[in-house]
Design a protein around this ligand. Structure first.
Ligand code: FES
Ligand code: MG
Length: 572
């Protein structure tokens, strides 16, 4: 080990401060030789019973500790703010940046030489990676793993994806409340995160594609004993990474981000990927634009047949071979000069272990499920800085569509009127939802795939064009134009749309146009009243004052970049 470990600035001290740093740690039963200069590894645990997807993380932390000890390191587990997607109001996304600050300061302020991030539910991956990237220590991610497949009445059911289906079935009388309660038990039958290619699985694939996990980590189900093996091996590896000084910035290069964009397209990953990847890139000083996602990803074929774009689930993905099979298929597309936590590139990692065991789940690049799958960026007077659509989750016939706008001025307005039989709407209309962006809601919730009116669902119609400045759950589907930027709450033209305006979506032309002339838009703009800020104190106030647009990853403006790992002063 050549470089002096930063933990020596605590545990290696021969003064009063050294006593303070060591003595209190010893109340946990740690022998003196644990402080002899071995690498100190932080295990950043996002466990919480309020984040059910991460509630099993104690056993993963124990496995990581075993690995760290085996490799001669000193493991210390610590909690950080855990963001649960299902319970946290108004939306877990509002707190992603806050949790990232928690991760960043907890890592920097403590005597750590390397860090293992235990992540699972949607926001727990980007928040911890953002924080770790802003410190810059050797970092390895252990994704918590998806739940086992859901089964209800002989049918495979997927987390989230089937929530929308059950909701529609209840609205149209195909399912009773009692049946629904049985079905919801069937949907979440084991530990783990959503087992569709929702945002959590997308994030797991993202960190593996970025090179932040050991090879093959993403798809292993939470309940599979091999997940703990992966955790233990990660514990061993992080100690070596500290010795090799393999810091996170050496892994998160521009090439790694470009690889991740391509992999995300091939797996049919969530549109939320865009926002999170940009926020991580912003922390490490890599300049990724919205256009990069379209340029690099939109022509990549869909190779994975998972809900919501397809029909299988993460457990099937694992049995079919997992992400290494996808990486092998994308071999010609991916940069070779990027390293992963192993110190090697993907192809060196996966050499000889890339057989596909189920071609219905993972296709080869010559016979993909869809020829062009990645998210597309559309622009126009309705989204001057861009908006996003995920074609693999959308209806091909709606990709070029002009329709009359039916406008909802807020989520409350939408909830109050959507099922009103008098609502003037048919399936050719374009549903517009305002004020659900980062500043507007606040926190940019997953309401962009707003459910269709009951009277239209009853006709058997399942999709319409929907436009908003919000996000869509990665488990959802539909022709939803999302992340419209600039958002309505800061005066983006989305705020100016009125009922009856014609809106044109042309995905092939990358166009989103409001057929209202500039003069009229100016008039509407002059009459527009800016909404009051969502809060005047606390974190939410800080958030709405400093959050950047969705087109920039919705990080807080002052969090971009890194502060490094140095702490200049002692605590006593
Ligand atoms: Fe946690 Fe889906 S709700 S991963
Ligand atoms: Mg989600």
């Amino acid at each position: 080990m050549s470089k002096r470990l930063r933990s020596r600035d605590w545990f290696g001290r021969k003064d009063k401060d050294g006593i303070i740093y060591r003595s209190w740690m010893k109340n946990q039963g740690m022998p003196t030789d644990m402080f002899d200069g071995r690498p100190v590894i932080g295990i950043c645990n996002t466990f919480s019973e309020l984040t059910p997807c991460n509630a099993h993380f104690h056993s993963h932390a124990e496995a990581v500790k075993r690995g760290v000890l085996e490799a001669g390191g000193f493991p210390v587990e610590f909690p950080i703010m855990s963001l649960g997607e299902t319970l946290l109001k108004p939306t877990a996304m509002l707190f992603r940046n806050l949790a990232s600050m928690d991760a960043e300061e907890s890592i920097r302020g403590n005597p750590l030489d390397g860090v293992v991030l235990l992540t699972g539910c949607d926001k727990t991956t980007p928040s911890t990676v953002m924080g770790a990237a802003s410190v810059g220590l050797p970092t390895i991610v252990v994704p918590g793993g998806p739940m086992l497949n859901g089964r209800y009445k002989g049918q495979t059911i997927g987390s989230g994806t089937h929530v929308w289906k059950f909701d529609e079935d209840m609205k149209t009388g195909l399912m009773t409340q009692e049946e629904c309660e049985v079905a919801e038990s069937c949907m979440s039958r084991s530990i783990g995160h959503c087992m569709t290619m929702g945002t959590a699985s997308t994030m797991a694939c993202m960190v593996e594609a970025l090179g932040l996990t050991l090879s093959g980590a993403a798809a292993i189900p939470a309940a599979d004993s091999r997940k703990k093996v992966m955790a233990q091996l990660s514990g061993r590896r992080i100690v070596e990474m500290v010795k090799e000084d393999l810091t996170i910035d050496k892994i998160l290069t521009r090439g790694a981000f470009e690889n991740a964009i391509k992999v995300n397209a091939a797996v049919g990953g969530s549109s939320n990927f865009i926002i999170h990847l940009m926020a991580i890139a912003g922390r490490i000083g890599v300049d990724i634009s919205l256009e990069d996602f379209d340029r690099l990803g939109s022509k990549i074929p869909l190779l994975l047949n998972l809900m919501p774009s397809g029909k299988y689930l993460m457990e099937d993905f694992y049995y079919a071979g997992g992400l290494p099979v996808i990486l092998e298929q994308l071999k010609e597309e991916l940069h070779k000069n990027v390293i992963t936590v192993s110190g090697k590139n993907h192809h060196e990692n996966i050499a000889g272990a890339t057989d596909c065991y189920n071609k219905e789940v993972i296709a080869s690049i010559d016979t993909p499920f869809i020829p062009e799958a990645g998210c597309v960026v559309v622009k126009g007077n309705l989204a001057l800085n861009g908006a996003v659509i995920k074609p693999s989750a959308a209806t091909p016939a709606l990709m070029k569509h002009t329709g009359r706008a039916v406008v909802f001025e807020s989520i409350e307005d939408y909830n109050a009127r959507i099922d009103d039989p008098e609502l003037d709407i048919d399936e050719t209309c374009v549903m517009v939802l305002k004020y659900v962006g980062p500043v507007g809601y606040p926190g940019m919730p997953e309401v962009g795939n707003m459910a269709l009116p009951k009277k239209i669902l009853q006709k058997g119609i399942k999709d319409m064009v929907r436009i908003s400045d919000g996000r869509m759950s990665g488990t959802a589907y539909g022709t939803a134009v999302l992340h419209v930027s600039p958002e309505s709450a800061i005066g983006g033209n989305l705020a100016l749309v009125q009922n009856g305006d014609l809106i044109e979506l042309d995905v092939e032309q990358r166009k989103l146009h409001l057929h209202v002339n500039d003069e009229e838009l100016e008039k509407r703009k002059a009459a527009w009243l800016k909404p009051k800020p969502a809060a005047d104190r606390g974190y939410v106030s800080l958030y709405v004052q400093t959050v950047m647009g969705a087109d920039k990853g919705a990080d807080l403006d002052f969090l971009r970049g890194s502060s490094g790992s140095r702490v200049s002063r002692d605590s006593h």
